[in-house]
Design a protein around this ligand. Structure first.
Ligand code: SAH
Length: 361
């Protein structure tokens, strides 16, 4: 087995079978080999560098009811909020003054005109207030191509829309069966984002009930075939007040989901060496130094949560979300130290665009 892993890692371009073998190993030494190989690839193509995206969880109103997500609209125990403009701008000013370079505006899914215009207004205002210097990524779900175009013209230049799983059958199992939750619509939305000209990101959850190693290998090949610019993927973490919770007995142990996520990141880095890969918060929910480990396995983006503390506790997409009582200042200081401790350097005041996107164009 050991020689097999070595042989595969020499290839750099993996077949589906290769990926399955890499994902399947639980041997510590073999896993380290995969992580080290991915880190060398990152060093070569990207450097020992990390870019920041200050994450603003703008609103938890959502018209969907995804079976895994704690803020789905059927969860009546969630206190719904929209962050008032002045508080959004305070968070933006914080990111700007601390030289974050970029922010992400994420939200539950809505497609009414009030929401579309509100996001549009925020984009224009943020660009004005920061002299066009702050990069903006949106993560506001499926919208029409017209809406994507409008937001693009108002200043958003990156968009994150996770496909959640590239397997149509699994997609059906983790979503209600109605027009709001169609795999084909989500895929079309992703293609429309590329058409409009966004740096386009997607991703999946890892360790879902019913998910197989083969599904995950196909997810990686999906990113590649879509020629995606950025990926954010994290472990699935169950939430008590969701439909999927009843299948919790099917789940692998959290540490297994964690290691599987690190392997997914590492293999992706080797497969697509110049894309942006996020080290997601869900990793930290399982392992206190989870995000640092992901940087060491090939990730190059961190999204410090700069949502005002009083709203954070209402954006609990999964249980045990970390740092929900900390303010943005505390998060920044903590992160600085953490990243330095692993010999990586934060690239302040840079948008940190995907190199892959630049080459693709
Ligand atoms: N409404 C936006 C943003 C969704 S929240 C959109 O649809 O794109 C961001 C991500 O959180 C989701 O895409 C999903 O992958 C992840 N997420 C939701 N519930 C989760 C859970 N229980 N465990 C881990 N990740 C989860």
């Amino acid at each position: 087995m050991r020689t097999t892993i070595d042989e595969i890692l020499e290839r750099d371009n993996f077949s589906r079978e290769d990926i399955i073998i890499l994902l399947s190993t639980t041997d510590e030494e073999e896993q380290s080999k995969i992580f080290n190989h991915a880190y060398l690839t990152k060093e070569k193509h990207i450097g020992k560098k990390v870019w920041l995206r200050g994450l603003i969880e703008y609103s938890n109103y959502c018209r969907k009811n995804c079976y895994y997500c704690g803020i789905g609209n059927r969860n009546k125990n969630v206190k719904r909020y929209i962050i008032p403009d002045n508080e959004v701008f305070e968070a933006v000013d914080f990111a700007y003054k601390n030289n974050y370079g970029s922010i992400v505006i994420q939200s539950g899914e809505r497609n009414d005109n009030i929401f579309i215009d509100q996001i549009n207004y925020l984009l224009k205002e943020i660009k004005k207030r920061t002299n066009n210097e702050l990069g903006i990524t949106l993560s506001c779900g499926e919208q029409t191509i017209e809406t994507y175009q409008k937001w693009f013209e108002s200043g958003a230049h990156r968009y994150l829309l996770r496909i959640e799983t590239s397997d149509k059958k699994l997609y059906k199992k983790i979503h209600p069966q109605n027009n709001l939750h169609k795999y084909d619509n989500r895929l079309d939305a992703l293609i429309n984002l590329q058409k409009v000209g966004y740096q386009t990101g997607t991703g999946v959850m890892i360790g879902l009930p019913f998910q197989t190693i083969e599904n995950l290998a196909d997810d990686l090949l999906f990113f590649k075939s879509m020629d995606i610019d950025m990926v954010g993927m994290g472990p699935y973490i169950e939430h008590k007040e969701t439909h999927l919770y009843k299948h919790k007995d099917l789940l692998e142990d959290k540490t297994i989901r964690f290691n599987l996520t690190l392997k997914m990141i590492a293999i992706l880095r080797i497969l697509m060496n110049d894309i942006n890969i996020a080290s997601t918060t869900a990793l930290q929910a399982i392992n206190d130094i989870g995000r640092e480990k992901a940087l060491k396995a090939g990730a190059n983006i961190i999204m410090p949560n700069i949502t005002p503390a009083k709203y954070k506790e209402n954006y609990l997409i999964y249980d045990n979300k970390p740092c929900i009582s900390e303010n943005a200042n505390q998060c920044t200081n903590c992160l600085n130290l953490r990243i330095k401790s692993i010999g990586e350097e934060i690239q302040y005041s840079h948008w940190g665009d995907s190199k892959h996107y630049a080459k693709r164009n």
